[in-house]
Design a protein around this ligand. Structure first.
Ligand code: HEC
Ligand code: HEC
Ligand code: HEC
Length: 421
C-alpha cells in the first residue's frame, strides 16, 4: 500500500488535476414526497443487493446512520452516516454529488473516500439504479450521528493519496453486456460485478489493497474469514448448481453445502428480501464462473474416514463427541432433520483452516427472521489447543487433502483477527 501510494503521489504530482476534486454545491434538501413510491421501492431492493445497511449501521445502531468500524490492514475506518441528516449525513447532497461518490469515490466536499466503500464495483451501476438508491436514502429518517474519526497508520490519513490508488485500481465505465449470453446471465453479471460487489471479498487483493483483476473470484479474505473461490477451483465436495446457489444465497443455507457463516451471513440475509429473479440471475452467473472451462460436473464427493481420524487424533475425537456431537454427530436431531453434514462443508476442504477455526470460535448465527438452529460460539469454552485438536480431527475425518500445519498458532491468529472486528 505504502509503495503503491508512493507511486501514486509521484503520478499525481504530474496529474494534479486528478487529486483536486471540486466540491459540489449543496442543494435545498429534496422533499421526500417528490420521489415516486415505485422508485423508492426499487432503491430499497438495490440497497439490499449492495449491502449498504451492513456497513453503514453500527452495532445496535440506527440503520444507515453509520459508525460501524471496519478493520483494515492499514487501520480502522468508520462508515459514515448516509441518512438525510443535513449536518452529519447526506441531506444536502444533490444527486450529482451522490453519483460521484458512488462512481469515483469522491465525497461532496471534494475529498477522496477510502475504497472500503466498494466504489470500484459501484462505479458500474447505471444512472437509473443510482437514482433509485438516492431516492431510497433521501426518504429515510434523518439521524444526527457524526462518524467517529478514522484511525489510520501514517500517512494514510492523508486523503489526497487516494488519487494514486484510483489511478491504479479504479476502472470506471458502464457494465458491458455479453451478447453471447442470456439476458438472465447478463443481469446476474451486472449485479455481481456492480452493486453486489461479490469480488470485494471473493477476489484476492494485492499489497496495496487493490483487487487482482486477472485472478477475479479466485478466493479472498474478509474479516478474518476466507471467502472461498467462486471459480473452477472452488473446493466444495458437491459441485454448486444454479439451484443450490440460489437456495444458499436466498436462505443462508443449502442442504448439499452448508450455512453462510461469518461475513457471508449478512450478505445472504440481505438477499432474502431481494426479488427471486435477481437472486436467480446472480446464481446463474456465479454457476457459470465456477464451471468455466471445466469438463467434469461433479465435485470430489464427501468422505467420512471416522476410524482413521479417531486413531490419529484421539483427543480431538473425544472433544468433538463432547462439544459438537450433540448437533453434528450421526443421528443427532439436527442432522436427521436434513441439515448439511460437516462432510459437505467447504471450510473443511480449504487450504487454509481459517473458516473452520472461525466457525468454532464465533459460532453460526441463524439467518435473521428464521427460527432455525444456531451454533454457539466456543471462544470462551475451548482453548486454542483444544480447537486445534478438533480441527485436525475433522480435517482427517472429512477430507482427503493433507493435514493443516501449525493449527494451534492458526487458532490463536484467528481469535485475534476475529476480535478485531
Ligand atoms: C464494505 C462496506 C461498505 C458498503 C457495503 C457500503 N459502504 Fe458506503 N461507505 C463505507 C465507508 C467505510 C465509507 C467512508 C469512507 C471514508 O471515510 O473515506 C462510506 C462512504 C459512503 C458515502 C460517502 C459519504 C460521505 O459523507 O462522504 C456514500 C454516499 C455511501 N458510502 C453510500 C453507500 C451506499 C448507497 C451503499 C450501498 C449501495 C454503500 N455505501 C455500501 C463502507 C461501505
Ligand atoms: C463481506 C464479504 C463477502 C461478500 C461481499 C460476499 N461474500 Fe460470499 N462468502 C464470504 C465468506 C467469508 C464466505 C465463507 C462462509 C462460510 O464459510 O460459511 C462466503 C461464502 C460464499 C459462498 C459459498 C462458497 C463455498 O464453497 O462454500 C458463495 C456461493 C458465495 N459466498 C457467493 C457470494 C456472492 C454471489 C456474493 C455477492 C452477491 C458474495 N458471496 C458476497 C464473504 C463475502
Ligand atoms: C447447538 C448445535 C451446535 C453445536 C453444539 C455445534 N454446532 Fe457447528 N453448526 C451448527 C449449525 C446450526 C450450523 C450451520 C449449518 C446448519 O444449520 O446446518 C453449524 C455449522 C458448522 C460449521 C460450518 C461453518 C461454515 O463455514 O459454513 C462447522 C465447521 C461447524 N459447525 C463445526 C462445529 C464444531 C467443530 C463444533 C464443536 C466445537 C460445533 N460445530 C458445535 C450447530 C452446532
Amino acid at each position: 500500500m505504502i509503495l503503491a501510494l508512493g507511486i501514486g503521489v509521484v503520478m499525481s504530482g504530474v496529474t494534479i488535476g486528478l487529486v483536486y476534486q471540486p466540491p459540489i454545491a449543496t442543494v435545498v434538501q429534496p422533499d421526500p414526497r417528490a420521489f415516486p413510491v415505485t422508485l423508492i421501492q426499487r432503491g430499497a431492493t438495490l440497497a439490499m443487493i449492495g449491502d449498504c445497511v451492513v456497513c453503514h449501521t453500527a452495532e445496535r445502531g440506527v440503520p444507515y446512520a453509520g459508525g460501524r468500524p471496519l478493520a483494515t490492514p492499514f487501520g480502522t475506518l468508520y462508515a459514515t452516516n448516509i441518512t438525510p441528516d443535513q449536518a452529519t449525513g447526506i441531506g444536502l447532497w444533490s444527486f450529482a454529488a451522490f453519483r460521484r461518490a458512488m462512481r469515483e469515490g469522491i465525497s461532496r466536499d471534494g475529498s477522496h473516500l477510502y475504497p472500503a466503500l466498494p466504489y470500484e464495483h459501484f462505479t458500474h451501476v447505471t444512472d437509473g439504479d443510482l437514482a433509485a438508491l438516492y431516492a431510497f436514502l433521501m426518504t429515510r429518517r434523518a439521524i444526527w450521528a457524526p462518524a467517529p474519526r478514522n484511525e489510520l497508520i501514517f500517512p494514510l490519513g492523508f486523503r489526497p493519496l487516494l488519487a494514486g490508488w484510483n489511478l491504479l485500481f479504479l476502472h470506471q465505465g458502464p457494465f458491458v453486456p455479453n451478447p453471447g449470453e442470456s439476458a438472465e446471465w447478463n443481469r446476474g453479471a451486472y449485479l455481481v460485478e456492480g452493486l453486489g460487489h461479490c469480488g470485494g471479498c471473493h477476489t484476492p487483493r494485492n499489497l496495496a489493497g487493490g483487487e487482482e483483476r486477472d485472478r477475479a473470484f479466485a478466493g479472498g479474505v474478509a474479516e478474518g474469514w476466507n471467502a472461498p473461490a467462486l471459480d473452477p477451483s472452488n473446493r466444495s465436495p458437491h459441485r454448486w448448481t444454479v439451484q443450490s446457489l440460489y437456495t444458499y444465497l436466498r436462505t443462508g443455507i443449502d442442504a448439499e453445502h452448508s450455512a453462510a457463516a461469518g461475513p457471508m451471513g449478512p450478505v445472504s440475509h440481505d438477499l432474502s428480501s431481494v426479488p427471486e429473479a435477481d437472486v436467480r440471475a446472480i446464481a446463474v452467473y456465479v454457476a457459470s464462473l465456477m464451471r468455466h472451462g471445466r469438463d467434469d460436473d461433479g465435485g470430489t464427493g464427501p468422505v467420512d474416514l471416522e476410524k482413521k481420524a479417531a486413531d490419529a487424533h484421539p483427543s480431538g475425537a473425544a472433544l468433538f463427541a463432547g462439544a459438537c456431537g450433540g448437533c453434528h454427530g450421526q443421528g443427532s436431531p439436527m442432522v436427521s432433520q436434513g441439515r448439511p453434514s460437516l462432510s459437505l462443508v467447504s471450510a473443511i476442504q480449504e487450504d487454509d483452516p481459517r473458516n473452520m477455526l472461525q466457525a468454532i470460535l464465533q459460532g453460526v448465527l441463524p439467518t435473521a427472521g428464521t427460527p432455525g438452529p444456531y451454533m454457539p460460539a466456543f471462544s470462551n469454552s475451548l482453548n486454542d489447543g483444544q480447537i486445534a485438536e478438533i480441527a485436525a480431527y475433522l480435517r482427517t475425518r472429512y477430507s482427503t487433502r493433507g493435514p493443516w500445519p501449525k493449527l494451534e498458532a492458526a487458532a490463536m491468529a484467528a481469535r485475534r483477527e476475529g476480535a478485531e472486528q
